[in-house]
Design a protein around this ligand. Structure first.
Ligand SMILES: *Cc1c(COP(=O)(O)O)cnc(C)c1O
Length: 388
C-alpha cells in the first residue's frame, strides 16, 4: 500500500482522521454510473451484502444509509414500544440511544468497566425491570463486550440483544465476528470508521424470521425486494417503513475497501501496536493508562486511546500536541448527563466510572494510511509532554 510508505518529514500537520481511500473507489463509482444504476440495491449493494454474509457468517446483511438507521431498523424489528426500557451504556455515541428514544423507549444507562470502557456486564441484571425489552452492548474501540454473559442474561430474561458494532467491523469475540452474536448487529461506514462510504451502515440479522420484515421496513414498507427477486409480480405497500437503503455510488466507494479489508485492518493494527509499544514506558511509570484487550477479543484497531491522570492534564496534553501540529480528540459527554439524556433516560445504579473515565480519555490520530514515522512522531511528543 503506497500510502503506508509516504515519507514523513515531521513538518506537516497530523490529522486525527483521514477517510479511507484505496484508489479503486473511483473506478467502481464510475462503473455504477455506467451501469445506469445509482439508486439503491444495484450490483455493488448485492456484492456488499454477499461479502458481509460470507465474511461474518451471519444469516443476512442489509446495507443501510447509516449505523443510526441500522439501529432504528433494529428498534422496529424488536417491536420497541413507548415505555419500554432498553439497557445500554451512557458512554457511547448519541445514536445508540436515539434509535430507541424515537420509538418512545427509555434508555436505561448502566455503568462501564474502566478496562475496556464497555458496559459492565455484571451490573446489567440489576437494571432489568418488567419493562425491559432489550440490551444494547456497544463494542467500544472494536473491543468486544463480554457477550457470553450478556447473551445468557438476555436468554434468562427473554430480552433482545442489539449490538452497536459501529466500531467493530472485522473484530471478534471468541472467534465470532462482532455484530453476529446478538439478534441484530449494526455497523457504521461513516468517514471516521475503519471502512467508509461517507455516510452508511449495515444491519446484520441472525435469524431468518426477521429478514422479510427488515426488507419491508427498509424499502418504504413495500415488498419491493421480493419483486426484484421475481417472487411477486408487483410490489405493494405492506407495512409502515422508511427509506434506509443507500445509493449505489456510496456502496461502490465502500466495496473497493471491502476487497482490501484485511490489508486495511493489518495497516491499522500495525500502527496501534506501534503506539502501544512506544507508550509502554509511560504506562510502566504510572503516567498514563493504555487500552486493555481481553484475551477472548481480537480487536480491529478502530482507535488508539490513552488515559491521563485527570481532565486538566488531558487539556494540557491536547494543547501540547496541537502546538506540535498533532490533532488529538476526546469523546463522549456521557449521555445521561446531556440534556436529552436527562429528559428521556435514567441511570441505573451508581456512575462510578462513566463520567470519571470519560474525562481522562484521549484519542490519538489513527487512520488507514497513517505512517510509521507519523506514529513514532506522535508517540515521541506524548512522551516529551511527560518529560520522557
Ligand atoms: C459512529 C457510531 C454510530 C453512528 O454511526 P453512523 O453511521 O454515523 O450513523 C453509532 N454508534 C457508535 C458507537 C458509533 O461509534
Amino acid at each position: 500500500m503506497s500510502e503506508c510508505k509516504v515519507p514523513f518529514t515531521g513538518k506537516e500537520k497530523i490529522r486525527f482522521n483521514v477517510p479511507p481511500c484505496t484508489g479503486k473507489e473511483f473506478e467502481y463509482m464510475k462503473q455504477a454510473v455506467e451501469n445506469q444504476k445509482i439508486c439503491g440495491d444495484g450490483e455493488f449493494t448485492k456484492k456488499a451484502h454477499q461479502w458481509f454474509e460470507e465474511r461474518t457468517g451471519t444469516r443476512k446483511c442489509l446495507m443501510t444509509t447509516s449505523c443510526t438507521h441500522a439501529l432504528e431498523l433494529s428498534a422496529l424489528l424488536a417491536d420497541i414500544k413507548p415505555g419500554d426500557e432498553v439497557i445500554m451504556p451512557s458512554f457511547t455515541f448519541v445514536s445508540t440511544a436515539d434509535a430507541f428514544v424515537l420509538r418512545g423507549a427509555v434508555p436505561v444507562f448502566v455503568d462501564i468497566r474502566p478496562d475496556t470502557m464497555n458496559i459492565d456486564e455484571t451490573l446489567i441484571e440489576a437494571a432489568i425491570t418488567e419493562k425491559t425489552k432489550a440490551i444494547v452492548p456497544v463494542h467500544y474501540a472494536g473491543v468486544a463486550c463480554e457477550m457470553d454473559v450478556i447473551m445468557d442474561i438476555a436468554a434468562r430474561h427473554g430480552l433482545m440483544v442489539i449490538e452497536d458494532a459501529a466500531q467493530g467491523v472485522m473484530a471478534y469475540y471468541k472467534g465470532k465476528m462482532l455484530g453476529t452474536i446478538g439478534d441484530f448487529g449494526c455497523y457504521s461506514f461513516h468517514e471516521t470508521k475503519n471502512y467508509s462510504m461517507g455516510e452508511g451502515g449495515a444491519l446484520l440479522i441472525r435469524d431468518e424470521k426477521y429478514i422479510e420484515k427488515a426488507e419491508i421496513y427498509r424499502e418504504k414498507g413495500t415488498d419491493r425486494s421480493k419483486y426484484f427477486r421475481g417472487q411477486v409480480d408487483k410490489y405493494r405497500w405492506q407495512e409502515f417503513g422508511s427509506s434506509y437503503l443507500p445509493s449505489e455510488l456510496n456502496v461502490a466507494y465502500l466495496y473497493a475497501q471491502l476487497e482490501m479489508a484485511d490489508e486495511i485492518n493489518d495497516c491499522r493494527l500495525a500502527r496501534w501496536n506501534q503506539y502501544y509499544e512506544l507508550l509502554m514506558p509511560l504506562k510502566e511509570a504510572g503516567k498514563i493508562e493504555l487500552p486493555t484487550v481481553p484475551k477472548e477479543c481480537v480487536h480491529n484497531a478502530h482507535m488508539f486511546y490513552l488515559k491521563t491522570a485527570d481532565e486538566r492534564e488531558r487539556a494540557a496534553l491536547i494543547d501540547y500536541l496541537k502546538a506540535c501540529d498533532i490533532l488529538a480528540v476526546y469523546h463522549y459527554v456521557p449521555l445521561h448527563s446531556a440534556p436529552a439524556g436527562l429528559k428521556y433516560g435514567r441511570f441505573a445504579g451508581e456512575d462510578r466510572y462513566t463520567t470519571a473515565e470519560s474525562e481522562r480519555l484521549l484519542r490519538l490520530p489513527m487512520y488507514y494510511g497513517l505512517t510509521e514515522e507519523q506514529t513514532a512522531f506522535v508517540a515521541e511528543k506524548v512522551k516529551a509532554f511527560y518529560g520522557f
